[in-house]
Design a protein around this ligand. Structure first.
Ligand SMILES: *Cc1c(COP(=O)(O)O)cnc(C)c1O
Length: 228
């Protein structure tokens, strides 16, 4: 078995056992293969292995991949968005994981042809280097989004702190889940807020145990191009 197939099989096994540990169904967790560091060729191999959700964090990378990949892919944009770039790609994606300000919602409202499914990015850990709203800001933010019918909030997204402390990572994911439950309880028709985008190569099993519905896995799944 080649290295690529083994990587996917290992991850699949990890996901299944994390689901079992936490009493969840495998079908409740979607793998978003983050292909930002690899070629379209490598991305096509992942698709051939049955993963149809791809994530990119820059519009240039997204558009280049889309130019070369003709399969039916569900495209996730996971990076910070500069408002002036919105028009370049907003009608080319299925999900935006990084909605973090009203200015961005305004630009989406102006540029999107149809309603876009968005995750609100939350900076749970409070690290200054991370983007996202503070947890306290999320409620008022959702209320404000009532004015933007091109934005539908399907869930919340976060990035765990860069640390070896798995209990701290778990706490961050758990806080996001609790916040998601609070926001879903508002029952806003434009913000059902059922989903949780959390977990990357190093922490996706913890994220799944804490309720992730979308894990964004890059290096562990597709490697980096320099590895060959
Ligand atoms: C790059 C990236 C990932 C994937 O990271 P890996 O550690 O390679 O799995 C996930 N989410 C976001 C927002 C990213 O920028």
């Amino acid at each position: 078995m080649d290295a690529r197939k083994r990587r996917i099989d290992d991850i699949e096994h990890e996901i299944i056992t994390a689901c079992e540990r936490s009493g969840r169904k495998r079908s409740d967790v979607t793998i978003v293969a983050v292909t930002k560091q690899v070629s379209a060729e490598r991305a096509k191999e992942v698709i051939a292995d049955g993963i149809f959700h791809l994530g990119e964090n820059r519009s240039e990378g997204l558009l280049a991949k889309q130019h070369q990949i003709k399969d039916h892919v569900i495209w996730h944009f996971i990076g910070n968005v500069q408002s002036r770039k919105v028009k370049d790609f907003i009608n080319q994606i299925d999900y935006l994981h990084s909605l973090d300000r009203i200015g961005l919602a305004k630009e989406i409202q102006k540029r999107a042809d149809q309603t876009l499914d968005c995750f609100v990015q939350v900076n749970v850990s409070g690290e200054e280097s991370k983007s996202g709203l503070s947890p306290e800001e999320v409620g008022p933010f959702l209320d404000e989004l009532a004015a933007y019918d091109k934005v539908r909030v399907v869930g919340l997204m976060t990035m765990a702190p860069f640390t070896e402390d798995t209990e701290l990572i778990r706490q961050v994911f758990r806080s996001l889940r609790e916040l998601r439950d609070e926001m879903a309880a508002k029952q806003l028709d434009y913000a059902p807020c059922q989903l949780l985008s959390m977990g990357m190569s190093n922490d996706y099993t913890i994220a799944i145990e804490e309720g992730a519905t979308h894990v964004r896995i890059g290096t562990a799944l597709v490697g980096t191009e320099s590895e060959g």
